[in-house]
Design a protein around this ligand. Structure first.
Ligand code: ADP
Ligand code: MG
Length: 607
């Protein structure tokens, strides 16, 4: 309950006015609702010819007594003038009007809670999304991605269904219950006091049954889980089971578990069907006791109530049962929602490890050099992925990284935009440790083109202009021309405004890659990072892409992870990676002469 209130405190404040409106409308609805039940009394009185005769009118005021008094005054008038059946019609019309008010106010009450509910769910989703976008890359390991998706979809759904559904219940039902109670006290304080001595006793007994059902049903679920995992285990181990001719053994084990499940379910279902007759019987016991007690009050004339009043009282009494049930159900379903909220909070409260320092430096330009000094890195703290890396990349030079897959090249370039932070040593841009720089400034210095071209479900224009605000049509076209993309773009149906579909699925690999290049050209950063940008392409599209890349690298500082000899040969320096270290460096001819790792890679045609 405490946690539930905490959630409400976190998410509800912006919607205070809606909540107040909903509260007011629900209160009005409850008042008119109870009023319509109370109308039972005059109807019965007319039918049994037992109406009160009131011949004087009192001034109208908002008190129960005045309203009651004048109501009887008018029924007396109408009855004297037009007879009993017209009076019945009059009472009926008053009843109709009361109900009309009630349903209208109920509608407006829920109208406002709907607004709160959907807004809160929207806010939670937005919060998660913003958090995801801002969390650093190391947070998103493979196993976590699915988890995050399930948290931001089904867990949010769960919160919506339970907590937010209950919101309506939590506003509406207490009001209904309190208004009915107050009415009952006004109608007969004695009866009400009496009823509320016996009701908790009955409630307690019914509650006990519910609890034992819950325990049993958890047992049943666990057993079902056992069954499923046995089946799964069997399917994956079928070969071994057969090889060891253990069919009978596993069948026997399964049969035992299956039978256990039957036993639990038998007992659960028997209890469940028992719950209904018990609560029905207890309910009747309560009613009989109330009937007996109330009847005595009326017969002795002690309670100040007549028979019709007593029946109306019972109707109001009865009207508490449904809201009370709904209320306790809501309490139960909140528990489920709270568990989901906990899982969501694990994302919302995850700490960003890669953030700007308090007085982080702005950098607007790249002037002299990038330098890796004694850099060491590990993803999990166990396996050292980069060891003792020292490399200086002067402005304007092109550095090629080569090495077997898994040797650490991608990791090396991921450290520069601080997708990950180094563990040992440091990376310096113009002599400044990148951990002291503003992250956005740092990343603005760099453009990326990777093996996988990452495109978004948007127009071609939108994809090229992705990282640049207010790019003009001319700028985008110019970038596309440099990237050898203009021709194929204009050949598409709507040119630059063609939507490329989910992840660019409508385009070929080479086309996608040229869009990525155009995006980098438009951003026009001083430093380019190309990670196997052509390795996923066939030779024909590779030629166009390679040409585009050459243009992209011109006049920039580039780090190129490449497998193509021509790119490597043009580089100012080649670094050969092996198991996280730079084992050789130099120009192509020098490295061949060295007759080491590079020569081996070359001979195996891995370049
Ligand atoms: P390359 O780009 O040279 O193929 P990588 O830098 O991608 O090599 O990988 C270097 C090593 O780090 C490999 O052993 C790889 O398995 C491991 N590695 C890469 N990315 C991750 C990651 N996100 N989490 C854990 N280990 C990783
Ligand atoms: Mg790689």
């Amino acid at each position: 309950m405490k946690d539930f209130i905490k959630i409400l405190q976190r998410f509800l404040p912006p919607y205070k006015s809606d909540l107040i409106m909903s509260f007011v409308y629900n209160l009005l609805a409850a008042v008119f609702g109870v009023f319509s039940f109370v109308m039972m009394q005059p109807v019965l009185e007319i039918l049994f010819n037992d109406t009160k005769v009131i011949v004087t009118k009192v001034p109208w005021e908002a008190s129960v007594d005045a309203i009651k008094h004048n109501f009887y005054y008018y029924t007396t008038l109408i009855k004297a003038e037009y007879g009993a059946d017209s009076t019945l019609l009059f009472v009926g019309i008053v009843l109709l009007i009361a109900v009309l008010f009630k349903v209208t106010f109920t509608y407006f009450g829920s109208y406002h809670t709907v607004q709160v509910r959907n807004s809160v769910v929207r806010d939670i989703r937005t919060k998660i999304y913003d958090k995801i976008v801002n969390l650093p890359i190391p947070f998103f390991t493979e196993e976590k991605k699915g988890d995050i998706i399930s948290r931001s979809t089904s867990d949010v759904q769960e919160v919506e269904n339970s907590v937010m559904n209950s919101l309506d219940m939590f506003i509406k039902n207490p009001i209904l219950i309190i208004v009915a109670l107050v009415t009952m006290i006004i109608m007969s304080p004695q009866m009400t006091l009496f009823s509320f001595i016996i009701l908790p006793v009955a409630g307690y007994i019914i509650g006990r049954i519910g609890k034992s059902l819950k325990k049993k049903s958890r047992l049943g679920q666990n057993k079902m889980g056992d069954l499923l995992s046995t089946i799964e285990e069997t399917l994956s181990g079928l070969r071994i089971i057969k090889a060891f001719t253990a069919e009978e053994k596993v069948s026997a084990k399964f049969a035992t578990e299956n039978n256990d499940y039957r036993r639990i379910m038998n007992s659960l279902m028997r209890r469940r069907i028992l719950a209904h007759p018990i609560s029905e019987f207890l309910g009747t016991v309560v009613i009989v006791i109330v009937l007996w007690y109330g009847g005595r009050l009326i017969l002795t004339g002690e309670g100040g109530m007549n028979g019709a009043g007593f029946i109306a009282y019972l109707v109001v009494f009865y009207s508490i049962i449904n809201p009370a049930k709904a209320f306790s159900k809501a309490l139960y379903s909140i528990q489920k929602g709270l568990a989901a909220m906990d899982r969501i909070d694990q994302i919302l409260e995850a700490e960003s490890t890669i953030v700007d320092k308090v007085n982080a430096k702005s950098i607007s330009q790249f002037e002299t050099a990038i330098e890796y000094r004694n850099v060491g890195f590990s993803y999990n703290g166990e396996k050292q992925v980069l060891k003792n890396i020292n490399l200086k990349i002067p402005k304007g030079k092109t550095i090629a990284l080569v090495g077997q897959s898994g040797s650490g090249k991608t990791t090396f370039v991921d450290l520069l935009p601080r997708f990950y932070d180094v563990i040992e040593g440091g990376i310096f841009v113009d002599g400044e440790d990148i951990r002291n720089c503003k992250i956005t400034d740092l990343r603005n210095l760099m453009g990326n083109v990777n093996q996988e071209s990452i495109l978004f479900n948007d127009t071609i224009f939108g994809n090229i202009a992705f990282g640049v605000e207010n790019a003009t049509k001319e700028q985008v076209e110019a970038a596309a021309k440099i990237a050898n993309a203009h021709d194929f773009i204009t050949a598409t149906e709507e040119g630059y405004y063609t939507n490329i579909g989910d992840r660019g699925g409508k385009l070929s690999g080479g086309q996608r890659q040229r869009l990525s290049i155009a995006r980098a050209v438009l951003k026009n950063p001083p430093i380019m990072i190309l990670d196997e940008a052509t390795s996923a392409l066939d030779t024909e599209s590779e030629r166009l892409v390679q040409d585009a890349l050459d243009k992209l690298m011109r006049n920039r500082t580039s780090i190129v992870i490449a497998h193509r000899l021509s790119t490597i040969k043009n580089a100012d320096l080649i670094c050969v990676f092996h198991e996280g270290e730079i084992v050789e460096r130099g120009k192509h001819d020098e490295l061949i002469k060295l007759n080491g790792t590079y020569k081996k890679l070359n001979d195996m045609q891995m370049l």
